[in-house]
Design a protein around this ligand. Sequence first.
Ligand code: NAD
Length: 507
Amino acid sequence: MAQVRESDAAKQRVQHFINGKVVDGGERSFPVYNPATGESNCEVSLADAATTRRAIEAARDALPGWQRVTPLNRARIMFRFKTLIEERADDIARLITSEHGKVFEDARGELTRGLEVVEFACGIPHLLKGEHSLNVGTNVDSHSMMQPVGVCAGITPFNFPAMVPMWMFPVAIACGNTFVLKPSEKDPSVPLYMAELLKEAGLPDGVFNVVNGDKVSVDALLTDPDVAAVSFVGSTPIAEYIYSTGCAHGKRVQALGGAKNHLVAMPDADLDQTVDALMGAAYGSAGERCMAISVAVAVGDEVADALIQRLKPKVENLRIGDGLAEKGLEMGPLVTREHLEKVSGYIGLGIEEGAEAVVDGRKRAFPDTEGYFIGGTLFDRVTTDMRIYKEEIFGPVLAVVRVPDYETAVKIINEHEFGNGVAIFTRDGDAARQFSQDIQVGMVGVNVPIPVPMAFHSFGGWKRSLFGPLHMHGPDGVRFYTKMKTVTSRWPTGVRSGSEFVMPTMK
Ligand code: NAD
């Protein structure tokens, strides 16, 4: 692998990847920490508008050549990229853990979910076949072709530094577009590694570029006339800003936002299965997942009491530590000190609001480290007027809400601002079927706690969890990254009949 971090006097510096080369650009920089130790041994360079423009120009100039490469040959590059990722999976996972903090096995899992989108993109010749109708009128045929939209930009969050960029660029470039990725400044190394691997796989220079940065580079992408499409994943206020600004500048935009995902435990649910599901979905990756379950909706006090009783010892005894130093861990640290303070603040707020802190993660001691660790928190008797219920905490905090019946469970979920993921745990097929239809949420799990659709389906929430009509990857991904053109043709026999002066209707 080529160097993605160039030596600086004291610290390594994570740069940009433009037109096939690692380049510097931008006076400003931002420290990147290892969340498990609190140490920073590298800085990420923050691109200025001119550096961002260089990346856009590289993508614009590479576009005509890349569009001419046949879908089959684009797919062959994707196949080579897939093999390289598989070969370097441990290196990539270690890089994820060292900057994000999630435990190593979880980092491998994230990479696998991203790899599945590369596998999907390997099938691009089939996905771009378009449509054809013979004889839409007498001796008139129609066919639709799917053409690339142009230069696409991706802006991604810290919580999946490999997977979320991989929701976007494999499909975009396989469709014949070129791409500029602006990853999170908190864990920027993995996307640069991906750029190196794509080059090694044979991707021509300029087709995939990475600019590291913050709002300055994001705004440059959103307003540049050479950018045709923007994909965003991050928090809801920024998603809304990206959507409105990008659309105002004539781009197609898909902007995925925040979440508050509920798991409904019905009275007939298998409680052991439900508890295991809640533990993994609420505390895995320290709750820093857009599909994390942060609310357990217990239908009936009996279910609530049983859940609390089973969850309490498990939450108290979560195996937490440095994912690079230990195996078999369940949870790592939070991503930054600021985020640790924010999550701690929410726990204090929950107690002030009157929720019952069955386990208070702030009380768990981590004496031998400066890392951003916190224990798991479990709240009981959370009500829907509390801020800890309404707002996304994005940490290892599970709120139990008690409701009397199924109808109330559905009502509170449907009234929530977010609609990303949801799950129901039950043995009753009829209840599950009704729930799947009634619930105002984009991704639904039936006895599955984190219902992230596979790469050949599309990923996206409802309500303020997604701005724009199209979800990510799968069929929607192909639609987002292509423009449909429909050709209607008639050959000489039709012309023989002479000119027609009335509005054409098919005969
Ligand atoms: P964030 O919104 O702070 O940042 C996301 C991206 O936007 C980053 O690249 C960042 O540099 C950029 N950004 C931040 N502030 C900006 C501004 N003012 N103007 C322009 N760009 C800006 O999100 P985050 O903290 O990195 O990630 C966590 C959030 O992402 C959570 O809300 C989580 O739910 C959400 N998320 C959603 C999904 C989903 O599929 N819906 C998936 C993953 C994460």
